[in-house]
Write a protein that binds this ligand. Sequence first.
Ligand code: TNX
Length: 554
Amino acid sequence: RTKRQWILCFAWFCTLPICIHAQTISIIPAPVSLKQEIGHFLLTNSTTISIPAKQPELASIAKYFADKVKPATGYTLNTVEAKPANIVLTLNTKPNSRLGQEGYTLHTEAGKVDITANTATGIFYGVQTLLQLLPAEILSASLIQDVEWKAPSVTILDYPRFTWRGQMFDVSRHFFSKEYVKKYIDRMASYKLNRFHWHLTDDNGWRIEIKSLPRLTSVGAWRVPRVGTFGSNDAPKPGEPATYGGYYKQADIKEIVQYAKERYIEVLPEIDVPGHSMAVLASYPELSVTNDTTLKVNPGSSFSTWFGNGKFEMHLDNTLDPTDEKVYQFLDKVFTEVAVLFPFEYIHMGGDECYKGFWERDKNVQAFMKKNNLKNGEELQSYFVKRVGKIIQSKKKKMMGWDEILEGGIAPGAAVMSWRGTKGGIEASHLKHPVVMSPAPVYYLDMYQGERSIEPPVYNSARLKEVYTFDLVPAEMDSAYVLGAQGNLWTEQIPTEPQVEYMTYPRALAMAESFWTPEKQKDWNSFVPRVEYHFKRMDIAQINYAQSIYDAIV
Ligand code: TNX
């Protein structure tokens, strides 16, 4: 051997102990900068958390952390207002401009964790990173005694790429309990996602109590069950009881909004109109274009659902009558209550996939269009959306809608959620309207991601690697108007909680990283082993997932 080889060999031998002792770090989303040092912080029963005096928000973050680690460790961590303490949460008195509104710095070493930020939000994200530095077993719901609760020594500086990092959950096609919605939200927070888009209404069930309109939930929240036949569209048989469904009482909604707030997540409510409204029309038939009193809450899927046989089936459903003042009075009542329940600045009014055949065939609608100089269905829908925009504005909220709201002329100030690819988003950005990117199929969590034969019967695929590597701001876009992006979980084919998780994970991790980590730092080859480690965390946390990393590598 040459002298150089001997030296290299010796150097390798000397660093070996460090390598053996260094814990692997697998943070998702990857932080902007991370430096690992030798050593670790050990969490013990006597670890104390220090928060500044008169900072109730930081006190509740400290409690969040203490509650999180308690089941697995059995420790009851003490919060103190004075230093010295082991874990110190500090708000910068002079803002650090690199950190912005959501960034943080985290430093760990023997006996000490320091988290600083300009805002409580940033502190919360620092705590999430700290939780990810602790062993996977920290997520266990029951006591674990044979693990040392070590977090490797690191220095991290971190902040997000986008302010809107969302996930949409459709609770209309299948209903999910309040407790489960909370779980979904808490898991979002652990990956630094901060917008929970709650798809509360659709053809298959109205899920939010509106006190002034009780039939929406006494009638509209219930349909005939179609258990085991995903996507079945068979009309209800005569006399078949509407027993499947459920809804959230206003008290439940408040509880969930508060729960989300404690996790720095804003809740975006969606009331989908004028299409996707069969649950409304079953409850208040006088709002339909044809005043049809026989309309029922759709039993299976709705306007667009992919079937196992690959067929894309259009449902030519009735809609709200855009020419009827009663409809706007109804919407005023709905948005009055919605605006009070949800503190977020935006309300989503849907606007997608509205079948316009009834409008074309209805004499009154045609006469209305002529009188108002509306040339086609798109212009009539635009008239409708603008009226809804005014109602939403009168409640001191901003309106958001699916990209169909661009058709026939967009309402002033409306934000667009781009779902039919990136086209709508690009157009809206040039019109200087805020945009959230959620293009199908890439960011659609109801597409299959792994081995076809064991996936739910959905029609298209969104592989993990495609999701991870997708460039969510195309070059043609005016990026200044991009608020961020989100994944959408439509649940026509997804009736159970384990299926919800299977479809969500690990793709939500790929999105979380795309929405947070600087684009040029994203690296598929580093992501895959980190996801593999998070599978271990999810096993311990009892979260289901698809093993789609293996499939995607091929
Ligand atoms: C289209 S995305 C829809 C939903 C379906 C979804 C199925 C959008 C605005 N509308 O109603 O659930 O496709 O992937």
